[in-house]
Design a protein around this ligand. Structure first.
Ligand SMILES: Cc1ncc(COP(=O)(O)O)c(C=O)c1O
Length: 427
């Protein structure tokens, strides 16, 4: 990218931005190389102590389909769930979410009373007619892609700052037995940064459901990813569901993807004992066991909550200035523009920018023509359709700080140009 123009010193407009001939892809929320360097020790030293687990198990070999016991214990400590209720899987939590939905479609899920050694399963979801998932929107495009790929109808529900619109959720779940599940990102939700309020978690756990096999797919991807001094947390949903008499309702997912190496870390599933037994039975057909060497490396490198928090503080030191730069530029360029707003996230990987209705797609197009690739407009909505054409997902984690600043300027001038083209007021 050509950076020889001091953007702070010129009145940057869209034409000037184009002339910079920027070449930057900001479409995904990837960690930067500097963040990945923080975990280089994972490779460099973590297997110096050898390849044997605590009990002498040779981690180079097949086996331990539910994960290395110490990897399950690490998950238990971090997710605050008993280790017996935690599976340490492969490298990616998204993979576990995909498999959980596929298993439910193919085999059904535990319902009713447990029957002896058996599980008391619902009929396979695919045999129950057209089924649907609730999709708080804006949400995570890859969740929606899983539903689309597996033929699950998506019903958008509005997302608020404190979680999904619970009146809408409760009504749909109570009345429609085809609603089998719901995507939830309780903390620093992708891409709005929402944090579910305690009351939202309580209502999700307690709400009556027409489908006895209804599941919350609880993606706790940003549980450790704070951007401020306050380490926000949401209530223990597994406990809340059990307390409400719906012990089987929730499947929790998390990973270390944005703690160590993205897509090269380890992922956990946590749930009720019956759900864990169900997972073990379904997954045993799919794999003889995960990569225990990688799990061992992670256990030795990440160690415990205190070590994880120290590492996350170093991530924050790299990430927080980038989010601050986006906010600073938007405040300078967009604060006065009617119908434009954005959030300043307290954690996670994204900022959401809202353009006046009808302008998001054109803004992305204009930025793209100037060499700045953004997440496609509409991506954060089921089927890629933002009926307002207003939402833009900004992912500032990967580029260097100066590039982020310039990219934010570019987004702002692209948006202003889109408004001018439509004859809308920009001040
Ligand atoms: C909400 C959410 N869940 C899951 C993932 C992917 O996680 P993993 O790398 O563990 O598959 C992401 C990545 O951006 C995400 O934003």
């Amino acid at each position: 990218m050509s950076m020889n123009l001091d953007v702070a010193s010129v009145d940057l407009n869209y034409e000037r931005f184009r002339q910079l001939r920027m070449r930057l892809d900001m479409s995904r929320g990837k960690p930067s190389p500097e963040q990945l360097d923080l975990s280089q020790g994972l490779f460099d030293a973590a297997l110096d102590e050898g390849y044997r687990a605590r009990d002498g198990f040779d981690c180079r070999n097949y086996g331990l389909a539910s994960g290395l016991p110490e990897a399950r214990e690490l998950g238990a400590e971090l997710l605050e769930v008993p280790a017996a209720q935690v599976i340490a899987g492969g490298n990616s939590s998204l993979e576990l979410m995909h498999d959980a939905l596929a298993f439910a479609l193919l085999h059904g899920v535990p319902v009713g009373e447990a029957k002896g050694q058996g599980e008391g399963r619902s009929a396979p979801w695919r045999a129950q007619g057209a089924i649907a998932f609730l999709c708080p929107s804006p949400g995570y495009d890859r969740h929606f892609a899983i539903c689309e790929a597996l033929g699950v109808r998506m019903i958008a529900v509005p997302m608020r700052e404190d979680g999904p619109d619970m009146d809408a959720v409760e009504a749909l779940v109570r009345e429609d037995a085809s609603v089998k599940g719901m995507w939830c990102m309780p903390l620093y939700s992708n891409p709005t940064g929402a944090i579910y309020a305690d009351e939202v978690v309580r209502r999700l756990a307690a709400m009556p459901a027409a489908a006895p096999d209804f599941r919350l797919f609880w993606d706790d991807a940003y549980r450790f990813h704070h951007l401020t001094d306050e380490r926000h947390a949401t209530p223990d949903v597994i406990e809340a569901c059990a307390a409400a008499g719906h012990a089987e309702r929730v499947l929790m997912f998390a990973s270390l993807s944005k703690v160590t190496f993205a897509g090269g870390a380890l992922a956990w599933l946590a749930a009720s004992p019956r759900n864990v037994a169900w997972w073990q039975r379904c997954a045993a057909v799919r794999t003889i066991g995960p990569d225990k060497l990688n799990q061992l490396r992670h256990v030795r490198f990440v160690r415990d909550r205190a070590a994880l928090e120290a590492l996350m503080a170093r991530h924050r030191a790299l990430l927080a200035p980038k989010f601050a730069a986006v906010d600073e530029v938007f405040r300078a360029r967009l604060a006065h523009v009617p119908q434009v707003r954005w959030n300043v996230p307290r954690g996670g990987y994204f900022t959401s920018l809202y353009a006046p209705p009808g302008c998001a797609r054109r803004t992305v197009e204009l930025a793209g023509e100037a060499g700045l690739v953004l997440t496609p407009a509409g991506a954060a909505f089921p089927y890629g359709v933002d009926s307002e054409d207003s939402h833009l997902r900004i992912a500032p984690s990967f580029p260097a700080l100066e590039e982020v600043r310039l990219a934010a300027e570019g987004i702002a001038v692209s948006l202003l140009r889109a408004l001018e083209e439509r004859g809308m007021s920009v001040r």
